[in-house]
Design a protein around this ligand. Sequence first.
Ligand SMILES: C[S@@+](CC[C@H](N)C(=O)[O-])C[C@H]1O[C@@H](n2cnc3c(N)ncnc32)[C@H](O)[C@@H]1O
Length: 410
Amino acid sequence: MTSPPAEPDLMPLQPWFTSLNELLIAHQHLWKRNPFQGPEQYAAALTDSQIQTLETLRTDQAEKLQADDRLLFDYLGYAFPFAKAIRQLLDILPPAPTDSEVQAPLQEKYLTHVPGRKQEQIRYFAQMLSPIQQPMLDWCAGKAHLGRSLHRLCGHPVTALEFDPELVRQGQRLAAGMPIKWFCTDVMTTLPDGCLRPDLHSIALHACGDLHHRFLQVSATHRLERVSLAPCCYPKTQHTIYRPLSNLAQQHGMTLSREDLKLAVRAPVTLSSAENNRRKHMQAWRLGFDLLQREVRDCADYLPVPSLPTSVLAQPFSEFCATLAATKNLPLPASIDFDFYEEAGLARYEQVTRLDLVSSLFRRALELWLVLDLAMYLQENGYAVTVQQFCPATITPRNLCIDARRKGEA
Ligand SMILES: C[S@@+](CC[C@H](N)C(=O)[O-])C[C@H]1O[C@@H](n2cnc3c(N)ncnc32)[C@H](O)[C@@H]1O
């Protein structure tokens, strides 16, 4: 006799979260500090053998590890024993579906007018949501590519919320004749009458920080029947310190600044090689300028400077430095050897790239911590919840998603 399928709410979110939380807190000196701002201080927290392990890597090898969590954990696992514990906690996530598993539910004909990369995301997201059995709410819908495609798949009507009137206009045109009801509204304010009903399945694909918090609060408060979310851009929040939604995370003493949240979205797997070269060039020049400003100001402190458009990379390094110095009213002496600092910046970039691998061991753990906070909030509010990877990270690195169903009232 085969055993019955596991109840979705039996996934033990609380112990999973508590273990992750303990690990992150125990090692916060390694992921809350940024080697970019002081590689020497960062390296001082590592053992000699850990430093030796990092130093054996060429920059191109370090960049390869940075782009692939599996390789990263394999390479650093021996020298950094906590990596094994992190990996065990990440491996609780069921594997992402493979390409052959997602062909069936959402065929190409349903995805007309959806741009390439978004098509793939929607195809995988639809696979995770299938079967859809209720009318849907498409939260921060954009042109409602998602809502339109899902309507074609399951036939249920859609309510689309979006605050950009141009996107609403274009979305309405694309959805002409379909039962899609549009509300051009700011979801962070009071929502218009008639857009929320308890029989809805609320769906948000890639809603940023505050928008996904509000999505869950609105969905849970209005007791919507099913709630599905793939969060993204965690640092996009008006709060300087992260405000956990779940009671458990609120009690766990983790303080996350907006800067800390950036680690959860650090994953250069979707950069093209030209973008990656520009990023590298910019980082090396910024590090070169940082060494120069320390010398000019005669101090050992990092100086935060604004980001500049990549067009500045077409200028000589000396002009780049002059532009940054001007943003800080820092006069530069005429005698500066810019070639020296440009070269030193590149060497520092290589050092920082290797050290960054250590904090990268924590990036997925931090993202999972944030997602579990959201999932536990729904559980605390009477939902049966699963946390999954809806697609491979090569389709989008923001591939974690929460699927929650309201439990029957007692
Ligand atoms: C990352 S896009 C996601 C779009 C869509 N869900 C998708 O996957 O294609 C975020 C969308 O949220 C909309 N948005 C941002 N802030 C909003 C707000 N306060 N109220 C309503 N929509 C908002 C933006 O205009 C944009 O269309």
